[in-house]
Design a protein around this ligand. Structure first.
Ligand SMILES: Cc1ncc(COP(=O)(O)O)c(C=O)c1O
Length: 398
């Protein structure tokens, strides 16, 4: 007799039949035995626990009825997001902002409203696969544009758009992480930003600007976001409180034209986002506190980035190359010729350290085995130093 598991499989929609492993294991999984530099977790030492506790207590004291019931999303948080966007030079209106359960939710809803099976979505290679996998699940045909030290190769993008237009295909959107890119840490140059926004308008293709790390700049001058450069409404800007406050709060947002926000609301099943937690975040953030917190984060992450960079120089072979990022959570290291990221990972794990192999950052198989992503965000400086030393030793084991 066929088992229940086998009979269930037949019921699942085609797009979810093949189960890919989740980014993180199930809750309650045992603590990792190794020093993990693999994931972009926030530094727990930097969670403003006392202030968040006070903000939560205030919400319960003064707004319990609205915050604990079924209710609309809290407009006060939307207003704060609008204010931050305006400070960035984006002429945002509150109706153009939708708050969601993390930017991950928004990135999963975007293909729901844009993609029919077979539609083209343009991504960067490498990219944040957490988002890219959602595009794939919606049936998108992915076209990858390479990333170099100045961000997405916009000339290559122009070629792709021209070729697709000649075939009569109009991509549904272009997904980019222009500032402190995940995984490479690079930032799209101003010239390329202008070109990208112009291409979007020329071809009538939305650009999904995922600027999760934008506020975490610790060197150099800020560049205008794509949304700030956009005059015609082709940029969909996605943001999050995960990197500037705490990922566990699960609060992210999207700014876009009303036509897009209205459709996102159609597919966002709950209709609202956390009446309680949105009020806590807004109370925490008020009166300049979020900006002061971000300033402290920048200093702290800058120091850890410097520790990691120095450790890499000390412990990795000379052929390992990296660009020092000016912000964000990651250092991307290109390995010496002939060294495989996955072979190095196996050796590093036996020495008690891990990282993300570049292969985990490309949608197509066969790319990225020559590079690794190292996160300096989570571990303490001492653990970063020790973890890099262990990976350095793993090079010698190969
Ligand atoms: C580029 C990028 N976008 C989005 C996310 C998801 O963030 P959130 O916690 O808001 O879902 C991440 C998380 O690592 C990320 O690196």
């Amino acid at each position: 007799m066929t088992s229940t598991a086998d009979r269930l499989i037949d019921l699942f929609a085609t797009r979810v039949r093949e189960v890919t492993p989740p980014l993180f294991g199930a809750a309650g999984e045992a603590a990792r035995p190794v020093i993990s530099l693999a994931y972009g977790l926030a530094d727990p030492d930097l969670f403003p626990r006392a202030e968040l506790m006070a903000a939560a207590a205030e919400v319960l004291a003064y707004e319990a009825a609205e915050s604990l019931n079924y209710a609309m999303s809290y407009p006060g948080l939307t207003d704060q997001i609008v204010e931050r966007l305006r400070a960035e030079g984006v002429a945002a209106q509150p109706e153009q902002v939708l708050v969601g359960y993390g930017s991950g939710q928004i990135l999963a809803l975007l293909p729901e409203i844009f993609v029919d099976p077979g539609d083209v979505v343009i991504i960067e290679g490498p990219s944040f696969l957490g988002a890219v996998k959602r595009f794939l699940q919606s049936g998108a045909r992915l076209v990858t544009v390479p990333v170099d030290e100045h961000g997405m190769d916009v000339a290559a993008l122009a070629d792709v758009l021209r070729r697709l237009a000649a075939e009569g295909r109009r991509p549904k959107f272009i997904y980019t992480i222009p500032t402190f890119h995940n995984p490479t840490g690079v930032t799209l140059s101003l010239e390329r930003r202008r070109q990208l926004v112009a291409l979007a308008a020329e071809y009538g293709v939305p650009v999904v600007e995922d600027d999760a790390y934008l506020d975490l700049r610790f060197a150099g001058e800020p560049l205008p976001s794509l949304a700030a450069l956009d005059q015609e409404g082709w940029v969909i800007r996605v943001g999050t409180y995960s990197k500037i406050l705490a990922p566990g709060l699960r609060i992210g947002w999207v700014y876009a034209r009303r036509e897009i926000i209205d459709r996102l609301l159609m597919v966002k099943a709950e209709g609202t986002t956390g009446p309680f937690i949105t009020r806590v975040v807004a109370r925490f953030s008020a009166a300049g506190r979020l900006e002061r917190h971000i300033a402290a984060l920048r200093q702290h992450y800058a120091a850890k980035c410097a520790v990691m960079a120095a450790a890499i120089r000390r412990h990795f072979p000379a052929g390992a190359r990296f660009l020092l990022p000016s912000g964000g959570f990651f250092i991307w290291v290109t390995l010496p010729a002939g060294v495989s990221a996955n072979a190095l990972l196996a050796a590093a794990r036996t020495r008690g350290a891990e990282f993300l192999p570049g292969t985990a950052c490309f949608a197509e198989p066969g790319h990225g085995d020559d590079a690794i992503r190292l996160a300096f965000s989570f571990q303490s400086s001492a653990q970063i130093e020790e973890g890099i030393a262990r990976i350095g030793a793993a090079f010698n084991d190969l």
